[in-house]
Structure formats: C-alpha cells, structure tokens
Design a protein around this ligand. Structure first.
Ligand code: ADP
Ligand code: MG
Length: 401
C-alpha cells in the first residue's frame, strides 16, 4: 500500500459524498459527530456533498474534474459506492478515473465494505459508530491499496462494475426485502433472514464457473486477460472463449465500410476476455454445476456481506478471485439458520454441511429458470435473467487499513 499524504505532499483534499437517506437516516449527524473532528485533526480538507436523489453521486463523478480531489469518500452504505464506481467507469477517461483513491465511511445499513476493511486490518470486530470511527482513522492514515472489481453483464447487454457481491436466491431476496427495515440499521439483515426463513423457497437455474485454479495449469488463464491497449495480434491465436467478444480491437475484423448505421458507442472499461456471449454456451473448460435447484447462489469478493456477516473470511482486496458460495436445495430450515448464525463468526464454510459448496472462481454464469426472482449486485437490484461476471484484478484503489 502507498501513503496518500506522501503522494500529494500538501494537505489532502477529499470529496465526501453523503447519502442522507442511508441507514437510519442519520448519516449527516453521524458525520458531524464522529468524523468531522478527526479529519480536521489530521489536517485533511474536504468538501461535503449531500446527495439529493438516487444516481446523483453517479452523475456527479461522471462529470466532475477529478484532479481537484485526492480521494472520493462515500459516507453511506455500499449502494452509494456502487454508484460512484460505475460513474467513474462510465467516463471517457475511466482508466485514470478509476485509479482515484476511494474511501468508505459506514453511514448506511449495509456497510459490508467498511466492515471488510476493518477485518482486513486485523482489528477486533466492531459495529455501528465504533466501525465509523475506525474507518475515519483509516481515512486519516491514508494507506491506498488496490481493489478488484467484477464486471457484471445482464441479458439486455447492460454492464456494471461491482466491488462486493453478485447474489441470487435467498441472499438477494433478503437484500431487497429488508430495505423496508433500513431504519433498524445493520440488524435489517438478521430480521430479513428470519422472515425469509419462514417462507424458504427453491430457485431453479444453471450455474457455471471458471475455477481460479485452472486444471490445465497456471499459465493458461489470466485474471486480466489481454490488455485492451496492447491490441495483440495473438487475439487470433487465443481460443474463442479467451477473445474479447466485443470489437475492442478490430484490426483483423474490420467492419464493412459500406455500413451506414451509427456504430454503437465504444464500451468503457477493460474487455471481459474470459466471457463468451451470454447467448452462446459457456467455454468448454468451465465447470458446469450439475445441481439445478438452489437456495442461494452468492459470489462475494470481500470478506463481509454485512457488518456482522463474514461470508468469505479468506477474501482479500486484491486476490483476483470471486468467492462463490452456493447452497443446494434440500437443506433444512434449521441447517440454514445454523449456517447464517455461523456466518456471524465466519465459520460456516467449515461446518461440513453437505448442501454448501465453496469455490474460488474468476468468472461465472447464472441462468435462472424460475420465471420470477431477484438478482442483486452490491446489494442493489438489477435486471432479472441470465447474468455473468468476471473479475478484473486490482482495477480500482481504496483507502484501507
Ligand atoms: P443503505 O445501506 O442504507 O442501503 P445505500 O448507500 O446502499 O444505504 O443507499 C441506499 C440507496 O439510496 C442506494 O440505491 C443509493 O443509490 C440511493 N441514494 C443515494 N442518495 C440518495 C438520496 N439522496 N435519496 C434517496 N436515495 C439515495
Ligand atoms: Mg444498500
């Protein structure tokens, strides 16, 4: 990790984006009470912007002159950071923009990244205001780490970048259904889990993934894939699954010059070199899960899923993998409850429950067959239907302990 203060050699200047509606609706008060003072003590200058509506922060970071700020700090839940990450990736200069150090202050009800950062620092678990103060100190220390992002594609062609999770089934339902309990803070997930347990259901679909440990040997896959700028002639030599499937590089695939239609706007962000188009089969060397009845499918790339849920204790900020956890149908309510209780300590993966599978992956595809359902990315609702994702190692930067 590099130190922000050493990098800029003058007082650090942060842009703080605060969602007044997040959590119990007290983010502004919490910021004034617990954070303002420590930033001032540390000699950090900041401009505070209170968001006025959903996507306000996303629009703002898409347009703003980023050179004014040494870091973009989010005081909210994970949802506001999701907006900011995607706003940065929508910019023409995304490659530079996404290197702007990001910081998180837990002001929401879903504060998974904040809890993860605290956990990575090896500190004793804390919640609520104590977690906020811990994250405030982390910002003052200003140690910048790399952060993996996952690129998520839906059937309509939408692409988004995610720093936390992709969920379907039980976890996604709880994510969304518990939003109405936001006023109880982080306890909304416990409450939502208990409510969902009472109406436990099975979700049908197909799951396939590219294991992080490629059975064909370490040299045959790369987390990043070929560099988009390098435009290597070797694209031709790559197996079909490993070629960028959009024409980010069309030297050997020149479009018909007689075409009169307007070409689509170039896609921003690195190419998803590990993914085949959603309407064709997954690459032959992927693992296709034979079970098609699930209770939940969760890909998580941080340790925590909520302040008190350690979904992937082994996860790190830049391990270049997604931690795929899925629970097969047939698990009893009691066993599922036991699983969630164990997740509070992060011991759920060692309980030997035969319905639980855990594998580290670089890419995955999910094709729900159930006609209705919920898919969330970083806790936010996205289009329901086939979806696939791949990890892009170390794409962003984050102020972490
Ligand atoms: P929480 O953890 O409480 O859910 P989030 O940061 O996830 O907090 O924010 C919840 C939702 O509110 C997100 O979808 C975010 O995009 C949206 N949002 C951001 N700013 C505002 C605002 N000013 N008013 C309403 N919604 C907002
Ligand atoms: Mg949220």
């Amino acid at each position: 990790a590099s130190c922000l203060c050493a990098e800029v050699r003058r007082p650090c200047t942060f842009l703080v984006l605060l969602n007044p509606q997040s959590g119990k609706g007290q983010a502004h008060t919490l910021f004034t009470r617990h954070v303002q003072g420590i930033l001032q003590e540390a000699g950090i200058l900041y401009t505070l912007i209170i968001t006025e509506h959903q996507n306000h922060a996303r629009e703002l970071v898409r347009e703003t002159d980023l050179s004014q700020w040494d870091a973009l700090v989010i005081m909210s839940g994970d949802g506001l950071l999701f907006e900011v990450v995607n706003g940065l990736m929508e910019r023409e200069d995304w490659e530079e923009a996404i290197k702007t150090p990001l910081g998180i202050l837990p002001g929401g009800s879903g504060n998974a990244l904040a809890a993860s950062i605290h956990h990575y620092a090896g500190l004793q678990p804390v919640t609520s205001e104590e977690l906020l103060v811990s994250c405030g100190f982390t910002l003052c220390k200003g140690l910048v780490s790399r952060l993996d992002l996952s690129s998520v594609r839906t059937a309509s062609g939408q692409r988004m970048f995610s720093f936390l999770s992709l969920a379907w089934g039980f976890v996604a339902d709880v994510d969304i259904e518990s939003e109405k309990y936001r006023r109880v803070g982080a306890a909304r997930f416990t409450l939502g889990t208990l409510v969902r347990l009472a109406s436990l259901r099975v979700y049908r679909g197909k799951l396939a993934y590219l294991p992080a440990q490629d059975p064909r040997g370490p040299s045959s896959t790369s987390a990043q894939g070929p560099s988009p700028q390098a435009c290597p002639a070797t694209h031709r030599d790559l197996p079909a699954w490993n070629r960028p499937f959009r024409n980010s590089c069309n030297s050997n695939n020149t479009p018909n010059p007689k075409r009169t239609d307007v070409p689509p706007a170039p896609e921003r962000g690195p190419p998803d070199s590990l993914l085949a188009p959603l309407d064709s089969p997954v690459p032959a060397h992927w693992t296709v899960v034979t079970d098609e009845d699930f209770v939940l499918v969760l890909a998580v790339y941080q340790s925590h899923l909520a302040e008190d849920l350690i979904a992937a204790p082994a996860s790190q900020l830049e391990d270049g993998v997604m931690h795929l956890i899925y629970v097969k149908a047939g698990i009893s309510r009691t066993a599922l409850l036991r699983l969630f209780l164990a997740m509070e300590k992060g011991t759920h993966l060692g309980t030997g429950c035969p319905h639980v599978e855990y594998v580290k992956v670089r890419a995955l595809r999910l094709e729900p067959h159930s006609p209705k359902g919920t898919i969330t990315v970083d806790g936010e609702l996205v289009e329901y239907g086939p979806v696939q994702a791949q990890i892009h190692g170390s794409l962003a930067r984050l102020i972490a302990g």
